[in-house]
Ligand binder design. Structure first.
Ligand code: 13P
Length: 250
């Protein structure tokens, strides 16, 4: 089980450190649950320092796919790994939607992150109109297949997939446990076809989209839901802590 907080474009130097300390406290009894936080890039360093010695892992929210060079404003995978990042979120729907990130770019980022020893959290998910048209599996299959194309996978923990239906992100609306389970099972089947049983069975497939303490348990209890990628509810340590506890009970 993996519970990861995506802080998006929130917090600053002092509040990020305070939140990180709170998350450490909340996850002291997390047991076998892996906990991660993904602060904004300029705060990775201070949050990384705050997390030192704890078992809460650090993740970034984005990266560029080139080793180094004249790419003003971009961040390389190597920079992230030198900052102590374990994870990097790739292909979040907000990046696809507001910054025009394509499946081809997502694939380049996935391959570069793995090459640098990072674990990409690859985000996929359909929009509301696509679900209404009954095309959610088609959309997600294309995103998963593009993202994983040509990726070298050695172990089931070398990447993570997050199913985040766009209509459930930041809207307060959540996929039902059945909708989440159905899509997660489908994603695992796609991974099985490409990488075989061992990778597919060990893979963490996270659910994201308005996960909160009141719905965490019913989602996390599903067979193919192996954790959560949490936005809004990860910005308060005690609320995030309640989700960690829900995971820990299962
Ligand atoms: P919310 O939990 O705020 O809906 O955000 C989900 C998300 O986008 C996590 O990456």
């Amino acid at each position: 089980m993996l519970i990861a907080g995506n802080w998006k474009m929130n917090t600053d130097v002092s509040s990020s450190v305070e939140l990180a300390r709170g998350v450490i406290q909340e996850s002291e009894h997390a047991g076998a649950v892996n906990v991660a936080v993904c602060p904004p890039a300029p705060l990775l360093s201070v949050v990384g320092e705050a997390l030192a010695g704890s078992h809460v892992r650090l993740g970034a929210q984005n990266m560029y796919w080139v080793d180094s060079g004249a790419f003003t404003g971009e961040i390389s995978a190597q920079m992230l790994s030198s900052l102590g990042c374990h994870y990097v979120i790739v292909g979040h729907s907000e990046r696809r939607q507001y910054f025009g990130e394509t499946d081809v770019e997502v694939n380049k980022k996935v391959r570069q992150s793995v090459k640098a020893g990072l674990v990409p959290i690859i985000c996929v998910g359909e929009r509301l109109n696509q679900r209404k048209a009954g095309k959610e599996q088609e959309v997600v299959a294309a995103q998963v297949q593009h993202a994983l194309e040509g990726m070298e996978v050695r172990a089931s923990d070398s990447f993570v997939i997050a199913y985040e239906p766009v209509w459930a992100i930041g809207t307060g609306e959540t996929a039902t446990p059945e909708q989440a389970q159905g899509m997660h099972k489908f994603i695992r089947t796609l991974v099985r076809q490409q990488f075989g049983n061992q990778i597919a069975d060990g893979l963490h497939i996270l659910y994201g989209g308005s996960m909160k303490p009141s719905n965490a348990e019913e989602l996390l209890i599903q067979n193919d839901v192996d954790g959560g990628l949490i936005g809004g509810a990860s910005l308060k340590a005690d609320i995030f802590g309640q989700i960690i506890q829900a995971a820990q009970k299962l």
